[in-house]
Write a protein of this length. Sequence first.
Length: 448
Amino acid sequence: MTLIASLAASAWQDVRTGSLLGSLVGSSVLRDLARLGSGALLAQLILAGSAPLILRLYEPGDFGLYTLVYGLVMLLSSFGSCRIERLIVSVPNRITAVRLLASIFCIGAAAAVLLCCALMAFHLLAGRAFPQWHDQLPLLWPVPFAVLVQLTASGLRYHAIRMQRFTAVATARVTRPVVFVVGSTGVALLWPQAGGHGAPVLLASQIAGDLLALLIQFRSNGRAAWLALLRPRFWQSLGVTRRYTRMLGAMTASQILGDLCQQMTVWTATFAFGAAQAGLYVLAFTIVSVPSVILAAPLGDVLFQRLSRRHAEREPLAPLVIRSTLILAATAAAPFTALVVLGPRLLPLLFGPQWAGASHSIEVLAVAAYLFCVTTPAANVLVIAQAHRFIVLRQVLQVLAVLLCAAAAGFGLVSYAGWLAMLVAGRSLVYLLEFTVSCILASTDHET
């Protein structure tokens, strides 16, 4: 802890004197961050700007079916990869990274085949036992291909990050919403008779965007991508993957628990305080998450690559972690302050007076969201140091905090404001604990 305090004091002195900012100007870290950040921002702007037009062209039922099916694709892809793609960046050996990439290709192909078999079996079952589901079955046929695309694209993305091909990663990030918006709006405008087929159009546009993004990232990975595709060496790749079984299991369990936490908060808000209050919570949570998507996620990807290389070369990680965290803390303060100050005034103007009740939720959730944004990049140290126990423990603590808040709300011990304050306090403590452990590991990793 003394070492961490001294590093933090040194970094703060650099911030005060301006030497830290001066060292970042023109550096490769700042250039890579600008590329990924601009891609994330542009993708968000495209989706936000096109939302009014798309909402006018399609019915709520179309969005419901599209969200259901594509959410299933994302869920299967996320669990199917077992987070192998994260290890592609952190492993020190290039051949090991290619073998892990080949493993993801094999998993994607196997998942697509198994899903096709499951859909054919479901087709026979639904036609006889569940005729009411049979009409929606055609919407599920693209799922195997979409899962294959998602798994392959995730592996290629992280391998591109390992190779510092950040321009390709940012281009692929922007390509997805561009193709989705052009496809969905173009079909609806040129083929007005598409009524009743809105969900397939939205799904096909999304898959086309994912496929084009995959091709961009495949090209950027060059020889490594072709090697993993044409010479997968399944058993050898599987053997490499099995070396990291404990770490992969921890990351998969962490993801499952994290998704469970998000769902439990929505369920608690719905059943304890009503669907309307739950809707206000979801809107507020979505709004306060935007700065993290634009700032923390790109910086996390850049730092993940830099920290992994430092780890492979036995260089200290703590200085880069703490200095980057201080810069992110200073940068993120402005958007979060704007959310707290301007949110109550802009919400009724942008979304209507019925959403004004989300203002208080934004003000409270912004505290935990700010800490999440600031501490997220440092959490990459947990993966690099393979701290599998704490990776699971942090999510267990999150689940316990959410359960405690849910029990208090369910028994009527707290109001919505009290439940929200308890939830934010619990999350904030876990984020601070996670950051502390990451700094300890970063300060001692090169010595072990």
